[in-house]
Design a protein around this ligand. Structure first.
Ligand SMILES: Cc1ncc(C[n+]2csc(CCOP(=O)(O)OP(=O)(O)O)c2C)c(N)n1
Length: 647
């Protein structure tokens, strides 16, 4: 763009950021001021995007991992002409309902590719985007998928543990189209990063199998040269950009005071003078704005060329219905007593055979999570014509990478670990939910039922904690049929991630008759009743449903009658009509819930006269039946509890 200087273009980013933060009276001006030069060159000369069609599937992706610098992204999107962000939105930075939220919040077709703010997450997402690009390229060909993923990360992102996990896997897999722009300003909130870090970055990246380039992030020519070089990289590359936080501020540049508060009116006057930008706040001179807008249109031509490739999305809904129906018929024909992790493997066999967009994996627990089937091929370094990822022992990165895989376009990622290690994935699970992404977490070994591995491996508080995350479905199926139904719900859902919590131990097949209807879709339903008129309601999930059924049978010998409600998903049950919920909950006043985990999430169902049976302590190492006895979670214990509350 010859008609407007680099400095003018970069200063437009700087002043939109400075002025928006000042008007909002909060925000982070320092990073956008420091990285404006790098991003100007990136957007002006390199990034492939079309601001008229932010959803173009083969666009380069720009991920702002240092999400606190959100005004950098909003400025770029406004300047390059995205309809999603107007100058009024920028004036409303950090105000209710403004798309210019404090930290970038993913919104389809807006240019905001992912939600960032929790540092390091964007790096994991970017690895997922880059991996999705390679996998889809291997599937559809390079005329259709062939783009770069750029991620801007700061010192903070690189201090986070997730950066190590994600970058190590990216280097191993040789994700050559992944480019990190490291805002190496050596400042974070507490002061200079030397307070806490003495990493040798070059060595660190090279040991991950990344290329490392270091530049002065304020020298246009150096930036151009580095970005040119990475276009033909053979490995992921980091461009370490030495920058000054708060560049242009006479009193705050290079200091942590530039990081996270408004520059202040007096300082802003000095910055205007120093950078020779004498325009009013939010005014971008015509020549500068039209140069930026022309940059935004460049991708229009590229996209038009790309359209000739004839790419078409494929649906899977019909196939899914048939697979599920067939599997459910088989389950009642075979009536096998299986661990639900095994039932999950069986349905996955059919799913992975028929749904090419499903992409599985595990954090080094493939054989325990039962996540890999004979129809899957392993994705290996530089070889992406597969659909199974060995994430290694990197749960956090796995979850964050799955977010990237899902956000990219249409892949459906699932990944496994033990339920107890959902804690290692938690920040990213929360973001899957916040971003409404279809990511499926296969969490096996879901209670004290795993037995001998003991309390370090036995989840207690996890189900309650996961159930408290908004917009997340937590499934805990009780047999093969429910496992199939939960998978159907997880895959057909369009706007929620799912946890599928699975047992290590074998369970009885409780559903013995084929029913076309997906009963798990009600969240809770009656699975057993000992008489028409009942005295008590037993509610349970997963492995405890069969224990509740056995207790109900024992109670009926004592002339106390019960119904058993299987609760595979509290979230789906809570969303049912009041009538339905009342039918389930209000038939009897006496209610007992049984789940081998912390009972917190059951209290809302059992009422004043009810009892929750569970664990409020860590588990024990022993054969699992002994552990159930120890914690008084057997059918006899349920019978005793029922007798007690009946009086
Ligand atoms: C996981 C996480 N921990 C802490 C924070 C709070 N926080 C926001 S920015 C920041 C410092 C980041 O430093 P750096 O990446 O160097 O950014 P810069 O100062 O260059 O803008 C911290 C600790 C966060 N957003 N996410």
């Amino acid at each position: 763009m010859k008609n407007c200087s680099h400095n003018d273009l970069a200063n437009a980013i700087r002043f939109l950021s400075i002025d928006a933060v000042q008007k909002a009276n909060s925000g982070h001006p320092g990073m956008p001021m420091g990285m404006a030069d790098v991003c100007t060159v990136l957007f002006r000369d390199f990034i492939k995007f079309n601001s008229n069609n932010p959803g173009w599937i083969n666009r380069d992706r720009f991920i702002l991992s240092a999400g606190h610098g959100s005004m950098l992204l909003y400025s770029l999107l406004y300047l390059t002409g995205y309809k999603s962000i107007s100058i009024d939105d920028i004036k409303n930075f950090r105000q209710l309902d403004s798309i210019c939220a404090g930290h970038p919040e993913f919104e389809p077709n807006t240019g905001i590719e992912t939600t960032t703010g929790p540092l390091g997450q964007g790096i994991g997402n970017a690895v997922g985007f880059a991996l999705a690009e390679e996998v889809l390229k291997a599937k559809y060909g390079k005329k259709i998928f062939n783009h770069k993923t750029y991620v801007l990360a700061g010192d903070g992102c690189l201090m986070e543990g997730i950066s190590h996990e994600a970058m190590s896997l990216a280097g191993h897999l040789k994700l050559k189209n992944l480019i990190m722009l490291f805002d190496n300003n050596s400042i974070s909130i507490d002061g200079p990063t030397s307070l806490a870090v003495s990493d040798k970055y070059k060595k660190r990246f090279e040991s991950y199998n990344w290329d490392y380039i270091e530049i002065n992030g304020h020298k246009e020519k150096e930036i151009i040269k580095a970005l040119k070089k990475v276009q033909n990289a053979k490995k992921p590359t980091v461009i370490s950009c030495k920058t000054k936080i708060g560049f242009g501020s006479p009193n705050k540049a290079g200091k942590s005071s530039a990081h996270g508060s408004p520059m202040g009116e007096d300082e802003i006057k000095l910055i205007r003078k120093k950078l020779k930008w004498m325009h009013d706040p939010f005014v971008i001179p015509d020549q500068v704005l039209s140069s930026w807008r022309a940059i935004g249109k460049r991708g229009h031509i590229e996209e038009n060329k790309w359209k000739k490739s004839g790419y078409k999305e494929t649906g899977f809904e019909n196939k899914l219905k048939n697979i599920i129906e067939h599997a459910k018929k088989n389950a009642v024909k075979e009536l096998k007593n299986l661990a639900t992790r095994k039932s999950s493997e069986n349905i996955l066999k059919e799913l992975t055979k028929n749904l090419p967009l499903l992409i599985g994996g595990s954090a080094d627990l493939t054989g325990s999570n039962n996540t890999k089937t004979e129809y899957q091929k392993i994705i290996a370094p530089g070889k992406f014509n597969g659909n199974y990822i060995h994430y290694g022992v990197r749960e956090h990165a796995m979850a964050s990478i799955m977010n990237g895989l899902a956000l990219h376009s249409n892949l459906i990622p699932y990944g496994g670990t033990f339920l107890v290690f959902s804690d290692y994935c938690k920040p990213s699970i929360r973001l899957s939910a916040l971003m409404k992404q279809k990511v499926i977490y296969v969490m096996s070994h879901d209670s004290i039922g795993l037995g001998e591995d003991g309390p370090t491996h036995q989840p207690i508080e996890h189900l309650s904690s996961l159930r408290s995350i908004p917009n997340l479905n937590v499934f805990r199926p009780c047999d093969t049929t429910e496992t199939i139904e939960c998978w159907e719900l997880a895959i057909s859902n369009k706007s929620k991630p799912s946890i599928i919590s699975l047992t290590r131990q074998n369970l009885n097949q409780l559903r013995t008759v084929f029913e076309d209807k997906n009963k798990c879709s009600f969240g809770a339903y009656e699975i057993f009743r000992s008489a028409e008129k009942i005295d008590i309601t037993l509610m349970a999930s997963g492995s405890e449903v069969e224990i509740a059924v056995s207790a109900a049978k024992k109670l009926s010998n004592k002339d106390i009658h019960a119904k058993v409600i299987s609760v595979p998903s509290m979230e789906l049950f809570d969303a049912q009509t009041e009538d339905y919920k009342s039918q389930i909950l209000n038939e009897t006043e006496l209610k007992i819930s049984i789940e081998a985990s912390h009972p917190m999430s059951w209290k809302k169902y059992v009422g004043n006269k009810g009892i929750t049976m569970g664990l409020e302590d860590f588990g024990r190492s022993a054969p699992y039946k002994e552990v159930y006895k120890h914690f008084k979670l057997t059918d006899d214990d349920i019978v005793n509890s029922a007798l007690k509350i009946r009086g």
